[in-house]
Design a protein around this ligand. Structure first.
Ligand SMILES: CC(C)(COP(=O)(O)OP(=O)(O)OC[C@H]1O[C@@H](n2cnc3c(N)ncnc32)[C@H](O)[C@@H]1OP(=O)(O)O)[C@@H](O)C(=O)NCCC(=O)NCCS
Length: 389
């Protein structure tokens, strides 16, 4: 790597460089989306959430993160959603991508984020830095006629828009906290309002539910459907299904555990699309105390953590779980304990059963007899996200 490469906070005057590298990485942004990108970039700059690698006076790589929260067992944990990781083609393959990722990780740690997540275009670079698969984004396809026939005609539904962003977030929060969801992300309210105001966002609101859908490649596609009751679920799905004369099928981003799978008469197309996202525990004690745990689970166990990237996580810890809450405190005990690197800890955090984590070589030592109790504490609904970022 050249010696004069240096990490910087990206500023407004660097944005043309970042866009040029971005175009060579992901393709050109359409004219309208360019303006939106530049407007978003002002918020990334103001929040010091975008970093770059400079060679001389030119930015040759960049990465940024969104200030999300993520639901883990019914509680919201601050999460840095890393995106826009790009390296100029002529600088690839010599550690620049890793350098810019280390920069954005350091920034997320400095800003107090216990977790980070991203959608990987390639996993190798992120695994080297301690990320591991945390869950999936699932897209199912239902026959529109099946949705149309779900009923719910007694439920009143009205057209909604950007002014309903607060209500949308409130309803989503109720659903994810009572359903002890794992994985869904919470966008800042201003971005939710922007999304609800898009021409291709058709939004409908019921007393205890919300649907946002639109057209994608000549087909209707549900981006998000929240329903607090069976009647509302039927009514909102039927609104989407009312388009069956034009859209034979409806694609829908959904949790694999969503009640729609139990309500719709026929099984969703077996070829569900799954895009996997990766997670990283940045601050182990903060990540453990912020999330929920399975109600009724009780656990007292020591862990040996070894995090070669974020050394503050390394050491012997005591994990205690009771009444749906957990804590991780330094331990002075000696003897054998369950040993995990960052990828193993992250996989466990995301609900991967310990036998699988052990067989992948990401956990070892400790008493295998404790594995069941540890798994019970971290277990719950399948982790998923609805949004790509
Ligand atoms: C992916 C990208 C950011 C990697 O940048 P880079 O500077 O080449 O990465 P590094 O040199 O730091 O590589 C780090 C590790 O990842 C591996 N790696 C990088 N790109 C890879 C690829 N496309 N496929 C497989 N492994 C890859 C490297 O081999 C290296 O692993 P190693 O040390 O075991 O050999 C860069 O190729 C890029 O900008 N691609 C286009 C945009 C993109 O895909 N961004 C990622 C979006 S999630």
């Amino acid at each position: 790597m050249a010696d004069d490469l240096r990490l910087v906070d990206v500023q407004t005057e660097h944005l043309d460089d970042v866009l040029r590298v971005r175009s060579r990485s992901f393709g050109l942004l359409e004219a309208g989306r360019r303006e939106e990108w530049k407007a978003d970039a002002q918020a990334w700059i103001a929040g010091r959430r975008i970093v770059g690698v400079m060679d001389g006076d030119e930015v040759v790589a960049s990465a940024r993160y969104w200030p999300f929260e993520q639901w883990w067992s019914g509680r919201k944990v601050p999460m840095a959603g890393v995106a826009g990781v790009v390296v100029a083609p002529e600088y690839r393959g010599r550690g620049v991508g890793s350098m810019v990722m280390r920069g954005i990780l350091a920034r997320a740690v400095e800003h107090g984020y216990p977790l980070s997540a991203l959608y990987p275009a390639t996993t190798v670079i992120y695994r080297h830095l301690g990320y591991e698969f945390g869950g999936g984004r699932y897209r199912y396809t239902f026959p529109a006629a099946d949705l149309r026939s779900l009923g719910g005609k007694e439920v009143s539904v009205r057209r909604a828009g950007p002014a309903d962003a607060g209500r949308f977030l409130e309803l989503a929060g109720q659903l994810h906290s009572s359903g002890r969801s794992n994985g869904p992300i919470v966008w800042p309210e201003a971005k939710v309002a922007e999304w609800l105001g898009e021409d291709n966002s058709f939004c409908y609101l019921a007393e205890d539910g919300f649907v946002v859908y639109g057209w994608q490649s000549g087909k209707l596609r549900v981006e998000e459907l929240i329903a607090g009751s069976e009647a509302t679920a039927r009514a909102l799905w039927a609104v989407v299904g009312s388009g069956s004369s034009i859209s034979t099928d409806v694609d829908a981003y959904l949790s694999p555990d969503d009640p729609a799978h139990l309500l719709v008469p026929t099984e969703a197309d077996k070829n569900a699309l799954i895009e996997r996202w990766m997670l990283r525990v940045l601050d182990a004690p903060a990540a453990i105390s912020a999330r929920g745990f399975a109600p009724g689970a009780s656990l007292e166990v020591d862990l040996d953590l070894d995090d070669s990237e974020l050394g503050a996580n390394t050491g012997r810890w005591h994990l205690s779980v009771s009444d749906g809450s957990g804590s991780l405190t330094p331990s002075t005990s000696s003897g054998d304990a369950l040993r995990l690197g960052s990828r193993g800890l992250t996989a466990l955090y995301a609900g991967t059963p310990l036998p699988a984590v052990r067989k992948a070589g990401l956990a070892w030592g400790g008493a295998a007899a404790d594995d069941g109790a540890i798994d019970t504490a971290f277990s719950g609904a399948t982790s998923y996200m609805l949004d790509y970022f």
